[in-house]
Design a protein. Structure first.
Length: 124
């Protein structure tokens, strides 16, 4: 399964990638902001899940989600937003934009595992 992780923090991308690797997901692409994320997704339409931060330069995660959802190729692509934005209004905004699930930083590997399982519709 190919995943795309988009976050302006290289440390956070590494944490997510390492967690994904421990869960058996080793085919992981990266983007440092929404523009890089979109370019990676556009060049790799076989990506099966997007994990994105919200607050990033150039194009933020919410803008990226809206752009992804506006493209017919990705209308069903599972998207998890991982962000420090933990308010109820932010969660609702992200869900309305097309996010399938939401993780508030900081998070544990178990939380990421559970959210992945929920989005993919598999039981642990």
């Amino acid at each position: 399964m190919k995943l795309l992780v988009v976050d302006d923090s290289s440390t956070m991308r590494r944490i997510i990638k390492n967690t994904l690797a421990r869960l058996g997901y080793i085919d992981v692409l990266e983007g440092g902001d929404g523009l890089e994320g979109w370019a990676a997704l556009d060049a790799n339409p076989d990506v099966e899940m997007l994990i994105t931060d919200w607050n990033m330069p150039e194009m933020n995660g919410l803008e990226l989600v809206k752009k992804v959802r506006a493209d017919a190729r990705f209308k069903d692509l599972p998207i998890i937003m991982v962000t420090t934005e933990g308010g109820k209004a932010e969660v609702i905004t992200a869900l309305k934009a097309g996010v399938n699930n939401y993780i508030v930083k900081p998070f544990t590997p178990q939380v990421l595992k559970e959210k992945l399982a929920a989005v993919m519709g598999v039981s642990e």
